[in-house]
Ligand binder design. Sequence first.
Ligand code: CAA
Length: 386
Amino acid sequence: MTTALNGLNFQFTEEHLAVQQAARDFAQTELLSGVIERDEKEFFPEELVRKMGEMGFLGMMVSPEYGGGGMDTVSYVLAMEELSKIDASASVMVSVNNSLVCYGLEAFGTEEQKQKYLVPLASGQHIGAFALSEPEAGSDATSQHTTAEDMGDYYLLNGTKNWITNGGRANTYLVIAQTHPEKGHRGINCLIVERGMEGFQIGKKENKLGIRGSDTHSLMFTDVKVPKENRIGSDGFGFKFAMSTLNGGRIGIAAQALGIASGAYELALQYSKERKTFGKPIAEHQAIQFKLAEMATQIDAARFLCLRAALDKDNHQDYVKSAAMAKLFASQVAMDTTIEAVQIHGGYGFVKEFHVERLMRDAKITQIYEGTSEIQKIVIARELLK
Ligand code: CAA
């Protein structure tokens, strides 16, 4: 048995099952109605954000000391899967807020930063965004063109960020920027930027293929004065900070991909029992049975990888490789499964009322954000070759 498999225990506790049920119920009662309209019109109402906060989803892994749910990563995976079955635009907000913003602040922030920024984020009163990507720095995250010039007691922030989830609605932005270009990735910092700081402008909203209810914007910084106390960690820690938070973020996105896949599978299974061709339900045709068997097997394998990564993190084991493997595999399963789910639905799968076409469009982003599939392979290979 390899180290990564030590401590594997898929016995869920009562708390795990309660969280899973709460997320399932919330998705059915609050997210399902209106999900098609939100996708079509590209919006996500404040009222629903507030309800997700009240349910505790937005800060579920933050310790109770800072107003969070104090839950483990397994609970997070279970909740992410259930929410993503119905609405991946909602679940990406949960994932970014928990994994990238709250985790980053709790793990690396000062006590003052935690009190000021983490507490309102953990309750969902505030929403966070993580601003790493740039027009010319996506996969190659060290090539930051955004600059944070050291001016003594503040940083002068200049530059543009692209494709920022929660970009238009966040209150707190973790912005990665270059301070000492001669030091490469060791010259990068992460600054906490507040919405409304002078010189900070929210740019255009993206018109996307999928997760259209999610709010994705570019951000522009022009001579924004960010106080020194808003830097996370020591001078030059920003790149390490980004990489470390993304490791956990990848577990969230893997669980999102798992949810998109299992949501599409459940719809296809149900439909195949109801739809008749050649005198019998299509589920009785072997062509459909082969598809369902393949989908269910892939989904179970993706679920095991997601839970292994979550357990590695909960057991304080190194989870860089297991998180990247979970994201790589689950996002491929999401893509494959949703395409097959559309195929099983035939012509109905190609129209908006049947959910599977949206799930197919939503699946694609899981192979792109928080590191493309190619990046996950690089991360995995580096760990294997260490
Ligand atoms: N965990 C912790 N530290 C890591 C790390 C990881 N996974 N990967 C690298 N590091 C550290 C290294 O140890 C190294 O530290 P030292 O200076 O102490 O040696 C430092 O970071 C630099 O590492 P590399 O030289 O390996 O860096 P690199 O330039 O070769 O890049 C990469 C590595 C894996 C390709 C990285 O650039 C990467 O992950 N890119 C993808 C970025 C990404 O995921 N972007 C997504 C944007 S955010 C988003 O999508 C949010 C959203 O909207 C939902």
